[in-house]
Design a binder for this molecule. Structure first.
Ligand SMILES: NC(=O)c1ccc[n+]([C@@H]2O[C@H](COP(=O)([O-])OP(=O)(O)OC[C@H]3O[C@@H](n4cnc5c(N)ncnc54)[C@H](O)[C@@H]3O)[C@@H](O)[C@H]2O)c1
Length: 394
């Protein structure tokens, strides 16, 4: 944003009577989605000069909420025609691409439909005070980002895709399950679906090529697709063992390999590998899964070292048991091999080693992923990001 715009916005924020009763919350170091979640439908609408005033290095992590009694003051400060002329003038100064125009109109339609708070037009029609192009661009730090999420039709992958989309990122959702994947993508703004078998080299290449074709860039890669097989080593089907490694280790390697050049070109990128607490510790009867997740830790550390000076961070997220179809399916399998009832599996196998005796929710893992994708996490790389209810503390 040109400095004169910042100055005039700051002046306006000081002068606008409607903002005096507002509450400014400056939130640094927390996933923005957590803040958004806490605020519920009170959507953040934050011209960033106020953030600059607050001196935070994470400018969009501030939330302005108008107190219920506060009267919006935009229209009272600026006569309607003047605001219209200003808007037109600013479009001319900043230049308006088709993309920005589309976004501008989308946000305008949200404003007029009441989905976003009225920005204080003092009785003038909403279309006379549409969002300025640079306000639209600054809605959130994710709004310019393009992401690929694998295994996005269910569970954790779906929660991550939803969180990215909610913050304005464009998301390419990949999964074997075409029906659920297509249905999920239809529900999300800015989301596309591509049927992908991560075990196939060709499918991995096509997936990244699709992102390049659609957007010409790829900023975030979430290697999440995964599956489980529970069996003692001596009975473990050999093809199945190799298949698990293809999906949870070879696939992430291939996607990383194909995605990195686009990230290096922009000198910015985030790769999140969905590992597990089984990337750090082992459990019996899960030799393929534990081997793949430990291998993924090695891949994470290696690529983090190679990519660090090119603006790309690489992290592995290590959750304990999460309430997803993957876990629901393995309760019966674990009951069989351990000789326990399903209730006993949950209590004695899944929750016994944990300090917090519950399953995680997919949205909790997604919130952590969103933090790792943020600017604030620029210094976090090469690590196992543990979210395990205290499992590994013993
Ligand atoms: N659920 C947990 O308790 C838990 C804990 C730690 C780590 N994880 C990891 O999180 C990731 C997601 O697990 P989840 O619990 O959400 O599982 P899930 O079964 O709910 O979802 C996994 C998704 O991956 C897809 N998938 C499977 N094989 C694929 C392939 N060959 N190509 C493309 N997509 C494929 C499935 O269709 C499914 O939609 C996995 O890597 C898993 O190992 C899960």
């Amino acid at each position: 944003m040109p400095p004169w715009c910042a100055r005039s916005m700051t002046k306006w924020m000081r002068a606008a009577p409607g903002v005096e009763g507002g509450v400014q919350e400056t939130v640094t170091g927390f996933p923005r989605s957590t803040v958004m979640g806490a605020l519920g439908t009170e959507r953040a609408w934050m011209p960033w000069p106020l953030n600059e005033k607050a001196g935070t290095s994470a400018p969009r992590a501030s939330i302005l909420r108008a107190a219920p009694s506060a009267k919006p003051g935009y229209g009272r400060v600026l006569p309607p025609l003047r605001s219209l002329f200003r808007w037109l003038a600013r479009i001319m100064v900043s230049g308006l691409s088709t993309g920005r125009l589309k976004k501008s109109l989308r946000v305008l339609s949200l404003c007029t439909s009441g989905a976003l708070p009225d920005r204080g037009r003092g009785g003038i029609p909403a279309w006379l005070a549409p969002p300025l192009p640079w306000e639209v661009r600054d809605m959130g730090e994710m709004s310019q980002k393009c992401a690929v999420v694998t295994g996005a039709a269910n569970g954790i992958g779906l929660a991550v895709a939803q969180a990215l989309s909610a913050q304005g990122a464009r998301v390419l959702m990949a999964d074997l399950d075409e029906e659920r994947g297509q249905a999920a993508a239809r529900e999300l703004p800015n989301a596309l679906f591509q049927r992908t078998d991560i075990a196939s080299r060709e499918d991995c290449r096509t997936l990244v090529a699709r992102a390049e074709r659609e957007w010409g860039r790829l900023d975030i890669l979430v290697n999440n697709a995964g599956l489980q097989h529970v069996s003692p080593v001596e009975d473990f089907p050999e093809d199945r063992w190799e298949h698990l490694l293809r999906i949870m280790l070879v696939g992430p390697f291939l996607l990383t390999k194909y995605a990195l050049p686009m990230m290096y070109a922009r000198r910015w990128g985030r790769i999140i590998n969905m590992s597990s607490l089984h990337g750090l510790v082992a459990s019996p009867y899960k030799s393929a899964y534990v081997s793949a997740k430990h291998g993924l830790m090695g891949l994470t550390k290696t690529v983090a070292l190679e990519a660090a000076d090119k603006g790309v961070t690489v992290n592995a997220v290590c959750p304990s048991y999460v309430r997803t179809p993957l876990v629901e399916k393995q309760i019966a399998d674990q009951a069989r091999v351990h000789g326990l009832s399903e209730t006993e599996v949950i209590e004695k196998v899944m929750l016994a080693p944990a300090a917090v005796k519950r399953l995680l929710e997919p949205s909790e893992v997604a919130a952590y992923v969103m933090f790792l994708c943020s600017e604030a996490a620029g210094g976090v790389t090469g690590g196992a990001q543990v979210i395990d209810c205290g499992w590994t503390a013993r």
